[in-house]
Design a protein around this ligand. Structure first.
Ligand SMILES: *Cc1c(COP(=O)(O)O)cnc(C)c1O
Length: 407
């Protein structure tokens, strides 16, 4: 029987119909049900409703080569297995190896390539990603080019004979530019390049890149998937067995795996993903509308606003608009004046937690790009990025209003 998901508090959103369509197509339980139950079945030994934390490095064997599928926890651990099953289900993949952080996951993806391979990347990625690519991996013979992937033609033009991967974030961080995943996916298939999508900003609740043509999906689970700002982690969701085998090998060979306790935190966090994302998305729209009408705010970047240049693509490609908003305060001085006044919202790195987090991209996430690099993509010193939390939205609005009065 197929249950109809109605959303939290009866909010009727495009998400509802999209999830319904998805469920009909896949004949699976709905997203929120899978988040709570898939891989999170009661413990067969005791009936415990939460997955136990298997704090063990090794496993007793019954004889040479005789064991219950677990030999050593760098290779596999039951708590980790459960999380990997859960996240694979939520993204519509076949496996989802988890790593010690988002960066460790992205590193694992890149090390699936070999020296001499080329990657086409978005030019407006999370700052740590180009840092890893340019300052670490070029030293091992990988080549990277950066293009504005909001125009799929730019991807096509940047492809070379040795291009093996196209790496995109949509929406981008912090300028909220979208890339048309279906269009880029088609180009990649034609040219035999794997499409990798960092889906951290939207979470699988609002965006399903695999359904649109992605070959691999990465996340910093540190953000919305965990959702409580209490642990780092990363995941790579696979669509093909050879990818899963290679990444499992990299977990074993490199060892940047997620610990059982951190896995448990994500398993706990992900149970409320659907509920949290509904509120994040609803409050995100309210905050974006408020900022768009505020006279101290010069520009708002949010795909849910009708004047966002890719609003139509946003409606087509995502089932909600998320909680990430960037806005222009005019100058570094204005940004600092405002940020110093915040009380409900916190100034800090990161995003996707239950608490509203505000960051200053030019000096935080995108400092490594340098002034020239930032200028090239239009990332100004006055930009402020907000990850709208699930506090009472009126308190968030009031806090922003009093902080903006300082400009
Ligand atoms: C935070 C983040 C990362 C890096 O993840 P960590 O868990 O901090 O290593 C990668 N991509 C995006 C979009 C992020 O927001």
């Amino acid at each position: 029987m197929i249950l109809i998901y109605r959303g939290v508090g009866g909010v009727s959103d495009p998400i509802t119909s999209q999830i319904r369509t998805h469920m009909k197509a896949t004949k699976q339980p709905g997203f929120a049900t899978r988040a709570i139950h898939h891989g999170q079945e009661p413990d067969p030994l005791t009936g415990a409703v939460t997955v136990p934390i298997y704090a063990t490095s090794t496993y007793v064997q019954q004889g040479i080569g005789e064991h219950k599928g677990y030999e050593y926890s760098r290779v596999s651990n039951p708590t980790r297995t459960r999380l990997e099953q859960n996240l694979a289900s939520l993204e519509g993949g076949i496996a989802a190896p988890v790593f010690a952080s988002g960066m460790a996951a992205i590193h694992a993806v890149a090390t699936m390539l070999k020296a001499g391979d080329h990657v086409v990347c978005g030019n407006d990625l999370y700052g740590g990603t180009p840092r890893l690519f340019n300052q670490v991996l070029t030293g091992f013979g990988l080549e990277f080019s950066y293009v504005d992937t909001s125009d799929a033609n730019n991807v096509e033009r940047a492809l070379r004979k040795n291009t093996r991967m196209v790496y995109v974030e949509t929406p981008t961080n912090p300028l909220m530019r979208l890339s048309d995943l279906a269009a880029i996916g088609k180009i990649c298939r034609r040219k035999n390049a794997q499409l990798v999508v960092d889906n951290t900003f939207m979470s699988p609740y609002f965006q399903q890149p695999i359904a649109l043509g992605a070959d691999l999906v990465v996340h910093s689970t540190t953000k919305f998937l965990n959702g409580h700002s209490d642990g780092l982690g990363g995941v790579v969701v696979c669509t093909r067995p050879e990818q899963a085998e290679k990444l499992a090998f990299l977990q074993k060979a490199v060892g940047a795996i997620l610990s059982p306790f951190e896995c448990w935190l994500v398993l706990r966090g992900v149970k409320t993903l659907a509920a949290r994302m509904e509120i994040h998305g609803r409050s995100g729209r309210v905050v974006a509308d408020f900022l768009a009408q505020h006279k101290k705010v010069k520009q708002v970047f949010y795909p849910g606003l009708p004047d966002h240049p890719q609003h139509e693509l946003a409606k087509r490609q995502m089932s909600g608009f998320g909680a990430m908003i960037t806005f222009e305060t005019g100058s570094l001085k204005n940004a600092n004046r405002m940020l110093k006044k915040l009380s409900v919202c916190s100034l800090g790195e990161s995003l996707g937690g239950v608490e509203t987090l505000i960051s200053h991209p030019a000096t935080m996430t995108h400092a490594a790009l340098g002034e020239k690099g930032r200028k090239a993509i239009g990332l100004t010193d006055g930009l402020v990025r907000i990850s709208v939390g699930i506090e009472d939205v009126n308190d968030i609005l009031e806090d922003l209003d009093q902080a903006l009065a300082a400009i």
